[in-house]
Design a protein around this ligand. Structure first.
Ligand SMILES: [Zn+2]
Length: 440
C-alpha cells in the first residue's frame, strides 16, 4: 500500500476537528447555563429516583465528548499511518541519529557491552519516535482536555483548580506518560528486533512485572506529585475503622487522606495495592462532607475490594489478556508490515497503526471489562452492607454522591453496558434498600 494524499487530507481534517471541537461544545451554551441549574436529585411518588437537571446537562456534554474521543482518536492514528507521515518521521530520525553514529565508535569491546553500544543509537531512535509522536498527540488534544477538565469543571462547579494549577498537572502527567510510554514501547520494539520469533514471551513477562511495580510504586511516587498525602489523623474515625476491620477479620496497613479539595469538589475513595502493601485512600472531601457512618460504609466497601483481592485479580486478568494480545500483535504485524510499507514487523514507524488497533480492541473489550468491574463493585457493596450493617447510611451516601459528583442515577442501558465501571447509583441504592428489607 502506497501513502496516498487523500489520507493526508483526512489526517488534517481530523486534527482540525479535534482542535476546534471544544468551540462547538462551548457554542451549545450548555456549560454556560449550568450555574442556574439545581444539582438536587428527586424521588418520584412511586420511589424511583431521577437525576438532577445539572447532572443531565453535564451528561449531554460529556457523552458526545467521550464518543468523539473514542472514534476520532483511532481514525487520526490510521490517517497518520496511511498518509506516510509516520514513515517520514522515522526516516528523519534515522538520518539524524544513525548516520552520525554509524562510523567511529564500533570495534572494541565484547559481548553485552558491544551489543549495547551498537544498539544504543537504534534504541534512541525508538525512544525519540515515541516521544515526539506522543508529544504531538498531547498538544493536539490539549484544547479538548482543557475544555473538558477545566472549563466544564468550573462551569459545573466541580473543579476548584486555578488555570496554572491545571496546566501544572497536565505537564506533570504528560512528563510521566512520556517516560512510561517511551520505556514501554522502546523496550517492546527493542525486543522485537533482538528476538523476532520469541519476543511476546519475555515482553509479556516484563509487562506484567512492570504493571505490578507500577501499582506498588504509584501511591509512593506518583500520587504525591499531584496531592498532599497524609495518614488519617482523626483518632475516633481511626478507631471505628480498626473495629470494622477487626469484625471483618482483616489487618489494615494504611488509611491515607489526599487533599483532593485543592482540585475538585467531587468525592471518592479507592483501594490499591496487594500483598503487604495495601492501602485505602480517601479524598478529604469525603471527610469534610460526610457523616462518620457514611465514611464507615465507604471504608467497608474498600475493604470489600481488599477481601476479594480485586487489585491482584485485575492485574493478573489484564496481564493474561495483554500477553495473548502480544502474540496477536506478532501475528498481525507479520501479515501487515509489507502492506503498511514498513521495513519489517519491528519498524517503529508502524506504531500509530499498532496504537489504533489497540484503541479499537480496547473499545470492543469495554463492555466485557466494565461488566467484570461492575460485578466486583457489587461484591464490594454487598461486603460493605454485611460488614457495616448500615444500609440507611449507604442509601444516603449514594444519594449525596449523585448530587456532589453530578452523576446520573440511572443512565441509558447501552451506556451502562459500554462505559460504567460501577453499577448506576439507583441500582446501588436499590441494593441497599433491598438488603435492609431482607434483614428486617
Ligand atoms: Zn469500589
Amino acid at each position: 500500500m502506497k501513502p496516498h494524499p487523500a489520507y493526508r487530507r483526512l489526517f488534517l481534517w481530523l486534527a482540525l476537528i479535534i482542535l476546534v471541537s471544544p468551540l462547538i461544545y462551548w457554542s451549545t451554551g450548555i456549560g454556560q447555563a449550568a450555574a442556574t441549574l439545581t444539582a438536587e436529585i428527586s424521588r418520584l411518588p412511586d420511589g424511583t429516583l431521577t437525576s438532577s437537571p445539572k447532572a443531565e446537562a453535564l451528561h449531554s456534554l460529556s457523552l458526545p465528548m467521550r464518543i468523539e474521543r473514542m472514534f476520532l482518536y483511532p481514525l487520526l492514528l490510521l490517517a497518520f499511518q496511511f498518509s506516510g507521515a509516520s514513515l517520514a518521521l522515522r526516516r528523519w530520525l534515522e538520518q539524524r541519529i544513525l548516520k552520525n553514529t554509524a562510523g567511529g565508535q564500533g570495534g572494541k569491546g565484547a559481548g553485552v557491552n558491544k551489543l549495547l553500544r551498537s544498539s544504543a543509537p537504534l534504541l534512541l531512535c525508538l525512544f525519540l519516535f515515541v516521544l515526539l509522536f506522543n508529544l504531538a498527540l498531547a498538544l493536539l488534544y490539549l484544547p479538548f482536555n482543557f475544555y473538558r477538565g477545566f472549563i466544564v469543571g468550573h462551569q459545573f462547579g466541580l473543579s476548584t483548580q486555578t488555570a496554572p494549577g491545571w496546566f501544572g498537572d497536565w505537564a506533570k502527567g504528560l512528563l510521566i506518560g512520556l517516560v512510561l510510554d517511551g520505556l514501554t514501547w522502546t523496550g517492546l520494539y527493542g525486543l522485537m528486533r533482538w528476538l523476532p520469533r520469541r519476543w511476546p514471551l519475555p515482553a509479556g513477562a516484563l509487562l506484567v512485572l512492570f504493571s505490578v511495580v507500577l501499582v506498588l510504586l504509584q501511591p509512593i511516587l506518583i500520587t504525591p506529585l499531584f496531592y498532599e498525602v497524609r495518614p488519617l489523623a482523626d483518632a475516633e474515625l481511626r478507631a471505628r475503622i480498626l473495629a470494622l476491620a477487626g469484625r471483618a477479620d482483616m489487618q489494615v496497613d494504611a488509611v491515607e487522606v489526599i487533599d483532593a479539595s485543592s482540585k475538585t469538589t467531587e468525592v471518592n475513595a479507592y483501594f490499591t495495592g496487594f500483598g503487604g502493601a495495601q492501602r485505602i485512600v480517601l479524598f478529604d472531601t469525603l471527610l469534610r462532607d460526610y457523616t462518620p457512618d457514611q465514611i464507615e460504609v465507604v471504608l467497608a466497601h474498600e475493604m470489600g475490594h481488599w477481601y476479594y483481592h480485586h487489585v491482584l485479580l485485575s492485574i493478573l486478568g489484564l496481564g493474561a489478556a495483554g500477553w495473548l494480545g502480544l502474540f496477536a500483535l506478532q501475528w498481525l504485524l507479520k501479515r501487515t508490515w509489507r502492506w503498511l510499507g514498513l521495513s519489517g514487523p519491528a519498524d517503529i514507524a508502524g506504531l500509530p497503526y499498532v496504537l489504533a488497533v489497540l484503541a479499537l480492541v480496547s473499545t470492543l473489550a469495554l463492555p466485557f471489562e466494565n461488566g467484570i468491574s461492575r460485578l466486583a463493585e457489587r461484591q464490594a457493596d454487598q461486603f460493605a452492607l454485611s460488614a457495616s450493617q448500615k444500609p440507611q447510611a449507604m442509601v444516603e451516601l449514594f444519594e449525596q454522591f449523585a448530587v456532589q459528583n453530578l452523576s446520573l442515577v440511572e443512565p441509558p442501558g447501552w451506556e451502562k453496558f459500554l462505559f460504567y465501571t460501577h453499577p448506576p447509583l439507583a441500582e446501588r441504592i436499590g441494593m441497599a434498600e433491598g438488603w435492609a428489607a431482607a434483614a428486617q
